[in-house]
Design a protein around this ligand. Sequence first.
Ligand SMILES: Cc1cc2nc3c(=O)[nH]c(=O)nc-3n(C[C@H](O)[C@H](O)[C@H](O)COP(=O)(O)O)c2cc1C
Length: 164
Amino acid sequence: MREIGAEQLDINAFESIGRQWMLVGVSKEGESNVMTASWGGLGVMWNKNVAFVFVRPQRYTKEFIDGSDFLSLSFFDGKYDKMLAYMGKTSGRDEDKISKCGLTLIEERAPVFEQADITLICKKLYSQTLVKDGFFDISFVQKYYPDADFHQMYVAEIEKILIK
Ligand SMILES: Cc1cc2nc3c(=O)[nH]c(=O)nc-3n(C[C@H](O)[C@H](O)[C@H](O)COP(=O)(O)O)c2cc1C
């Protein structure tokens, strides 16, 4: 695994996040949890390279994110599709997802997996809950938030990029 600069990062966010999915990982007090995410983005804010992630309040991962300064975004080869599907339907409250999937965890400020092709280590900069009044099209609220479980948005600075 080696570190690269942001200018060398070869990710199409629409493809890598939206279609292939990523793992959002967090370590807190010696424990780690991950969940699959297909919503979010990469960009620039406050003159920093950042990632945006959106996490519903009921996710166990949210408790980890709120209790840590760092999170990681991990991108995997297609052969890990089953693992990503499992990480996206099972909660870390119920199972030790990381060991069940046989992922090798390398301790960092946030989880780094030996199996991941690309890992972004990010430091939280900003967080806010989406609100109903923010939507210009109310049908989004009806469609995505019938239970009013609005996502928590996190903006995090990409501090380190590791590739396999
Ligand atoms: C393809 C896919 C994408 C997902 N994207 C998100 C997301 O962007 N935000 C979110 O809060 N949950 C998302 N989820 C749901 C969580 O991954 C899922 O609820 C997971 O079991 C939460 O685990 P946890 O309770 O251990 O945090 C997604 C699930 C799948 C299968």
